[in-house]
Write a new protein. Structure first.
Length: 214
């Protein structure tokens, strides 16, 4: 317990950093993921092509490589931001590709007749998607989105290698101070467990309230 009690503030800063990365990247991933899913089912060919390219590139790019591209590439174009912001961009964009596919699969579960009925009432594509299709699709994709955001929380550990304050990065300082590396990682694992269990609990509640009965 000494490694935890004597370095509680250090662990707290790391845990807070991980939580902030997870929350901000999750919001970005959800926004971009839903947008790309809308693009992929849009009647405009150019939007479908853009959405397909977004998903294909990001799903097949290693997250570490994406971190390097964002952290080192964007400053070359004059975009200078805090490393934490770059980390949120990398995590959010990467995860958005998986959110997109989850949402698109949910859209495909909505009967075609729902969209046809909306269009027969004179509703536009945007109105049909936002008021008819997505609310029904959301109920079907709560579990996969929850799993994707849990993966995002664990993927945030990569940010520690790029000078971003997060939980895994605390082991470097603890190791330099001479603490047991085994116990350092044990408490780091407990921290990640707290984050992932919290996300799991939130989505369990959402699924019980709005999920599709199985």
């Amino acid at each position: 317990m000494d490694v935890l009690t004597e370095n509680f503030a250090l662990y707290g800063r790391g845990l807070l950093g991980t939580v902030e990365l997870t929350v901000y990247a999750s919001l970005l991933a959800l926004a971009l993921g839903v947008l790309m899913a809308a693009f992929r089912v849009a009647p405009v060919a150019s939007l479908r092509a853009f959405g397909t390219a977004w998903v294909t590139v990001l799903r097949n790019t290693p997250l570490t490589l994406l971190f390097f591209a964002v952290m080192l590439g964007l400053p070359r174009f004059g975009l200078i931001l805090p490393f934490t912001t770059f980390a949120v961009l990398a995590l959010g964009c990467y995860t958005s590709a998986f959110i997109c596919e989850a949402v698109r699969s949910g859209i495909n579960t909505v009967p075609v007749g729902q969209g046809e009925a909306a269009r027969s009432l004179g509703m536009t594509f945007e109105q049909t998607l936002g008021a008819v299709v997505l609310p029904q699709a959301f109920r079907a994709v709560i579990p996969p989105i929850g799993s994707t955001l849990i993966a995002l929380a664990k993927n945030s550990a990569i940010a520690g290698s790029f000078s971003v304050t997060e939980l895994l990065g605390t082991y470097k300082q603890l190791n330099e101070m001479g603490y047991s590396i085994v116990w350092s990682f044990v408490w780091i694992a407990v921290g990640y467990l707290l984050v992932t269990l919290t996300i799991s609990a939130i989505f369990t509640v959402l699924e019980k309230r709005w999920g599709v009965p199985r």
